[in-house]
Design a protein around this ligand. Structure first.
Ligand SMILES: Nc1ncnc2c1ncn2[C@@H]1O[C@H](COP(=O)(O)OP(=O)(O)OP(=O)(O)O)[C@@H](O)[C@H]1O
Length: 296
């Protein structure tokens, strides 16, 4: 037994206790937040009319905090990630990363990104793709080689470093993208369904590796997933979003301290099942509340 079964949902680091949707909770957030999204709306101009993707999003992610975004397809999870990464701009509201504008944080390469599409350079080998951010930051050749070998091993691709992306499976390509995002040990990782294409066993291994890496590096992580167990397993807080226009409809604090290893024992712990149920109910509406509504 790991001790996880003895945990109560209320335990956990102070930084993770902000599960209130009251906006005053955000006002008291420490200045050093990794991400601070305030009053963000996003409207897309589309052929058939405007698409309101996000509405009134307030969200902070503390330094070293692991936050997952979960919600129905089309609720704006990827849009929110793209705004944080400065790949698109909000229609209203502000996005700050480590107290800077999202644009400045992008210029300073304050975060690593691993999105749904691996986005690898087809003419580069696996090693060349992983090394890219290191080259951009002029890391010396010897150090680069060492780091690439370390990362390739971490994602289980040490035998494939000389291959090109088109010689890899989709899951392997995604692992290269994850290794590349981790190359510079960023203080913030933005990950949009990075494990979606992986088989279940590899996915679980990658989850444990990611938790370990995030713990070791102290990186904050914003993680989009469709998997409730994955969100609970990894996160300090799970942010539940409503159908379009996406709003934050609930936040579940898992209360699973970082000191608890993300391993098989946790997957079988009662606190894990309780939190999976809590997130499921937040997504679909609690059965009791739902039944009461239906009787009205
Ligand atoms: N560039 C765009 N132009 C017009 N509409 C867009 C654009 N990008 C996203 N949308 C719309 O905004 C909404 C939110 O999309 P988004 O991809 O952020 O959702 P999501 O929650 O990530 O979905 P999924 O879970 O399926 O990946 C959707 O209705 C989508 O069609």
């Amino acid at each position: 037994m790991t001790g996880t079964e003895e945990m109560t949902p209320t335990e956990g680091p102070a930084v993770n206790s902000r599960d209130s949707l009251d906006s005053s909770a955000f006002d008291t957030a420490p200045a050093g937040d990794a991400v601070r999204v305030t009053g963000v709306d996003k409207v897309f101009a589309a052929k058939g009319g405007a698409v309101e993707a996000l509405s009134g999003i307030d969200l902070t992610v503390g330094p070293g905090e692991f936050v997952s975004l979960i919600g129905p397809s089309g609720c704006g999870k990827s849009t929110l990630m793209r705004l944080v990464a400065d790949l698109d701009q909000p229609t209203a509201g502000t996005v700050e990363v480590f107290g800077k504008s999202a644009a400045q944080a992008r210029r300073d390469q304050d975060y690593g990104i691993a999105f749904q599409q691996a986005g690898l350079l087809p003419w580069r080998t696996v090693a060349g793709n992983i090394a890219l951010p290191l080259e951009l930051h002029r890391v010396g050749k010897a150090e680069r080689k060492e780091r690439v070998a370390e990362l390739a091993e971490l994602v289980g691709l040490e035998a494939f470093v000389d291959r090109h992306p088109d010689q890899l499976s989709g899951g392997m390509q995604q692992r290269v993208a994850i290794a590349r995002a981790l190359a510079e040990r960023p203080r913030l990782l933005l990950m949009d369904e990075p494990f979606g294409a992986l088989d279940e066993m590899t996915r679980e291994r990658m989850q444990s590796e990611l938790a370990r890496i995030a713990g070791e590096t102290g990186a904050a992580v914003v993680f989009v997933t469709h998997s409730i167990p994955e969100a609970v397993f990894l996160s300090d807080r799970v942010v539940v979003m409503s159908p379009r226009p996406g709003r934050v409809s609930g936040i579940v604090t898992t209360g699973i301290p970082r000191s608890v290893a993300r391993d098989e024992a946790l997957r079988e712990a009662s606190v894990f099942f309780e939190k999976v149920t809590e997130v499921r109910e937040a997504l679909h509406g609690a059965p009791v509340a739902k039944a009461a509504r239906e009787q009205r």
